[in-house]
Design a protein around this ligand. Structure first.
Ligand SMILES: O=C(O)[C@H](O)[C@@H](O)[C@H](O)[C@H](O)COP(=O)(O)O
Length: 238
């Protein structure tokens, strides 16, 4: 199930989403002493993270982790850890605690078990997971027909995170291996937000609203979960 929040422009969306997340963090810290959030990389959330970084919150009580990571060193421009540190963990939010995914394992599949234990110990339970979506209907690094997808989508999947090797595509003939939170872990978060921009993704979202193959459009596994709500934030590109 989902609730769709559509805005006329990015500015209106960003102001509302910044308040939504800031209020959630403050409430959770007041109630439980800390807040744990798992964030997506990509490009869409850049301005959101920059706006959040300036919010005056008890950031020292916020644990920031990742929904997924490309299996590259942090110095690599495509690293999600690098993206989050350069956009969110700045200014007021510089005091936040960051727990990344990239380990020293060369093979992402060899890293999954030990990383899963670390994330289970230091990031769960998740108070918020912020997701994006690709034009192919992936979310997190749950890519259509990817190696590792079956385990990552399994409702009996114990590991907090799973290794994924996306299939080559017209956009990317040699896709980077990735680590992703499992569907179970994503669905376990108290609040789940899907943030997308642009008319093309709005069309993909309409396709994803139609029940169908989850391996073709893994975002369906999130949207059509009957137990927990997905808050969708959408605005056209400016
Ligand atoms: O590592 C990643 O790329 C993200 O976690 C991924 O799931 C992202 O949210 C979508 O690919 C959308 O990316 P854009 O925001 O760049 O369109």
């Amino acid at each position: 199930m989902w609730e769709l929040h559509e805005y006329k422009n990015q500015s209106a969306l960003l102001n509302n989403l910044t308040v939504r997340i800031s209020d959630l963090l403050c409430k959770q810290i007041q109630q439980g002493g800390k807040a744990s959030i798992a964030l997506s990389g990509g490009s869409t959330p850049k301005t959101l993270y920059q706006q959040l970084s300036g919010q005056s919150l008890p950031w020292q009580s916020v644990i920031i982790s990742l929904v997924d990571e490309r299996w590259v060193a942090e110095v690599n421009a495509s690293s999600n850890a690098r993206f989050i540190k350069n956009t969110l963990i700045q200014n007021q939010a510089a005091r936040a605690i960051f727990i990344g995914m990239k380990t020293s394992h060369r093979d992402v599949f060899a890293a999954a078990e030990s990383l899963s234990n670390i994330l289970e110990r230091h990031t769960l339970p998740l108070d918020l997971v912020l997701l994006g979506m690709g034009l192919d209907g992936h979310t997190a690094s749950l890519f259509p027909d990817a190696k590792g997808l079956t385990e990552a989508l399994s409702d009996t999947c114990r590991p907090v995170c799973c290794a994924i090797q996306p299939q080559p595509s017209a956009d990317d003939a040699n896709p980077t291996a990735r680590m992703t939170l499992s569907l179970n872990t994503i669905l376990s978060a108290s609040v789940r937000i899907l943030y997308i921009s642009g008319a093309a993704k709005r069309d993909v979202l309409e396709q994803a609203f139609i029940p169908g193959s989850v391996t073709d459009m893994p975002v369906r596994a999130v949207l059509h979960d009957s137990q927990t709500m997905t808050e969708i934030y959408y605005a056209p590109d400016d």
